[in-house]
Design a protein around this ligand. Structure first.
Ligand code: SF4
Length: 462
């Protein structure tokens, strides 16, 4: 499969500006969707934004953000009457369509609106038109199109209207929509993957106008599902709607190109390694730590930015308490000596698991190590007192505590490290051919590699 990235793609200027504006008002209420993208909505929710479906749900005197695709004049009036502080994220192209509808209407021209009557933008435009009468043949009219329509179809409809009416003015599809559609029309490959949410009108248009089989994906799980089908095609184009974040686009393209982003390792076999050599268990862990350093170097050389490790086979509750306490002491020692090395290599350390059950001094050491390495981009995620099932239970309890009905996307945000991409590959050393209680949610689409090699001897990275 050869991947061709179509340009332009990713966020349009209108969506970009709307998100930037919303970010400056984190205590605000967002009316409906700020933009039509589930990833953006999920991130804003995680930052604490409250999404409401109607202006009446915003408490009087609070701040409300109007979405990129605008609101009706009636909503503006209600916001004023409620004394709300309005942050208007309406895109300039949408504002232009509203203005055109208002001006045509003020001049006494009947206005023909081309668009989807149920779309929030069209509702807003219709709200600007005082007189909604049908024009008579030969009469002067104004035309306003929803900004995210199929540009060719809009052009044809305008030409057809010109045959019956005198067209005095037109507010057309926006530039971002046109450019993305033109790129799709030019694409002559075998299949197209359109990245974006199903609720996004401009994403749907891109699917409609493609001249080859089309697949869509709104998140990485859907990208991985689509990949199984896409592998059958030779040249595959990738594009996105105007509200699709660039980082999701990049990750999707990396995934299609089989570029690994995240390798997770169950480091099993260190104590057996020591036992086979007649040495104490700690010597196996020290040798395992050296293997980890070599492995991190090799992952870094390959541009793999995330590594998750499950050391000491530290599954929650699988060992006697005294043994666990001993392992935690070993971990504390390795952490103390290893943090300088992580700083030197530019690797951010994160520890996931039920941290509250760890000894207080170890918790402090972990917090200090995480603080010292927080600025780095590459990440080493260490699972301590961790269990995949426990992680899911903790996320479910967090959702219950918030009284929140979850979706796959919102549930993911309650996991221990929600910003880390799912592992592309999970390696387990030490001879067991089962994944264990490790990253159960995140591994739905991961590839597995099992090896009999004991962890300290491991060198066989793909
Ligand atoms: S798609 Fe067009 S109208 Fe919609 S936000 Fe982007 S630039 Fe504005």
């Amino acid at each position: 499969m050869e991947i061709e990235v179509l340009t332009p793609h990713g966020l349009c200027a209108g969506v970009d500006a709307a998100i930037a504006l919303a970010m400056r008002h984190r205590d605000a209420y967002c009316l409906r969707h700020l933009v039509h993208n589930e990833i953006v909505t999920g991130e804003l929710k995680a930052l604490g934004y409250t999404f409401v479906n109607s202006i009446e749900e915003v408490p009087d005197g609070e701040t409300v953000v109007f979405p990129a695709h605008g609101v009706t004049p009636e909503v503006r009036e209600r916001a004023k009457a409620k004394g709300l502080n309005v942050v208007d994220a309406t895109c300039p192209f949408v504002a232009r369509a509203h203005r055109a509808a208002r001006d045509f209407s003020a001049r006494g021209l009947p206005v023909v609106v081309l668009g989807d009557r149920t779309h929030v933008e069209v509702e807003g435009i219709l709200g600007e038109i005082a007189d909604k009468r049908q024009p008579k043949p030969g009469e002067a009219i104004g035309i306003v199109s929803q900004t995210t329509m199929n540009a060719d179809e809009v052009h044809d409809k305008i030409e057809a209207l010109r045959k019956t009416y005198r067209v005095e003015g037109v507010a057309d599809v926006c530039t971002a929509t046109k450019e993305r559609q033109d790129a799709v029309r030019r694409f002559d490959g075998d299949a197209l993957l359109v990245l974006g949410s199903r609720e996004s009108a401009n994403t749907r248009r891109l699917c409609e106008i493609a001249r080859c089989p089309v697949f869509t994906a709104g998140n990485m799980d859907e990208v991985r599902k689509a990949m199984d089908e896409l592998e059958r095609y030779g040249r595959v184009g990738v594009t996105s709607g105007a509200s699709t974040p660039e980082r999701f686009f990049e990750r999707a393209v990396n995934c299609l190109r089989h570029v690994l982003e995240h390798v997770a390792i169950v480091m099993d076999g260190s104590e057996r390694w020591a036992e086979m050599r007649g040495k104490p268990p700690i010597s196996g862990h020290v040798a395992g730590a050296r293997t980890l350093v070599r492995t991190l170097d090799r992952l870094g050389e390959r541009g793999i930015r995330h590594a998750t490790i499950y050391p000491f086979f530290s599954e929650k509750g699988k060992r006697p308490a005294r043994e666990v306490a001993g392992l935690m002491r070993i971990f504390a020692t390795l952490l103390k000596s290893g943090v300088g090395l992580l700083v030197e290599k530019g690797i951010r350390l994160r520890v996931i698991g039920r941290r509250d059950d760890l000894p207080p001094r170890l918790r402090e050491s972990i917090a200090e190590a995480e603080r010292r390495t927080a600025a780095f981009d590459r990440q080493l995620i260490v699972c301590i007192n961790y269990g995949g099932r426990a992680e899911i239970v903790d996320a479910a309890n967090a959702a219950i505590a918030r009284d929140e009905k979850v979706t796959e996307e919102t549930f993911r945000r309650l996991l221990y490290a929600p910003d880390v991409p799912d592992p592309d590959l999970i390696i387990r050393t030490g001879g067991a051919h089962r994944p264990g209680d490790f990253l159960l949610w995140q591994s739905a689409y991961s590839a597995y590699r099992f090896t009999d090699t004991l962890w300290p001897d491991f060198s066989d990275l793909p």
